[in-house]
Write a protein that binds this ligand. Sequence first.
Ligand code: KIV
Length: 295
Amino acid sequence: MSTFTMDTGTSRATPSPVPGKRTTAPSIRARKIAGEDGLRTEQPIVMLTAYTMRMAQLLDPHCDMLLVGDSLGQVIYGLPSTIPVTLEMMCAHGAAVVRGSWHALVAVDMPFGSYEASPVQAFESAARIMKETGCAAVKLEGGEAMAPTIDLLTKRGVPVIGHVGLTPQAVNVLGGYGARGREEHEAQKIIADAKAVADAGAFCIVVEGVMEQIATAVARSVAPPVIGIGASADCDGQVLVIDDMLGMFERTPRFVKRYDDLAARIGEAARAYAEEVRARTFPTADQTYRPKPSP
Ligand code: KIV
C-alpha cells in the first residue's frame, strides 16, 4: 500500500527513487539528546506540510517528516477553517502523500471531532487513518486534556505528535488565530500542556503561534523534539505550510517566510497560455500529431 512504485504506463510517470528505509517515530524521538546546555537535537528536524502525491515527491528528499495537515481545509478546499475537515479528506490526502514519498515519516492530522470525545474514539479514528493511508503517525491538538488519549494511542501502537499553543481547531474558543502566551498564566498553561503531552508519550510536539521565550522554554524542558511554527529558531525543528512558504497566497501570517512567489509565476504562465490560445499560436507543430512522412 505504501511502497513507492510508479506506473510507467501513465503519461506522467517520474523516475522511481532507490527504495530505502523510512524515517520512524523512534528515530525522530531519539534525535533529542542531553547536551551541555540542556536537551536539544544536534541537527534541527525539517518538516513541511504536503497534501498531494506530486508535492510529496518533490519535498520528500529534503524533509525528515511530511505532515498531511488539516490546514488542507483552507489550502486545498477553500474552507473557512479546519473545523469542517473530515476523516475522509485526511485519509484520501494521507494516502496520496504516502504514495508519493519513500524516505520521510508521514504524519496525518486527526480532524476536529474525530478524537476529542474519548480515547476510544481517538483510537478508532487513528486506526482508520493508519490503515487507509499507510502513514506512520498521527497528530492531534490539545494539552493536558488530551494526555489520557495520547497515552492510550501510544500504548496501542499509534505514534502521536502533540500540538500545543495556538491550536487552530479551537479557534471558536480562542476567538482568533493570534499568538498565544502573552499573559503569564497562559504562558504557564502552554508549558504545562507541552509537559503533559510529552509525559503521555508523544514522540514529538508541534508548538504553534507562541511567544518566542515560551517555545524555547518548552524545547529545553521536554524530552521529545519540539517542532516550531511561529515559535522560535531555538526549537528542535521547524514546520511550515507548504503553500505559504511557496508564496501561493497573497496574505500569510507574519511568521511565514516566502521562499518563492509561485502565485505570481502561475498567474504569468496562465496569462501567456491564454494569449497564445487566443492568437492561435498554441499548439504548434511540436505539440501536434501528424502522419509520419512515408519512407
Ligand atoms: O494543519 C497543519 O498544517 C498544521 C501545521 C500548521 C503544524 O497543523
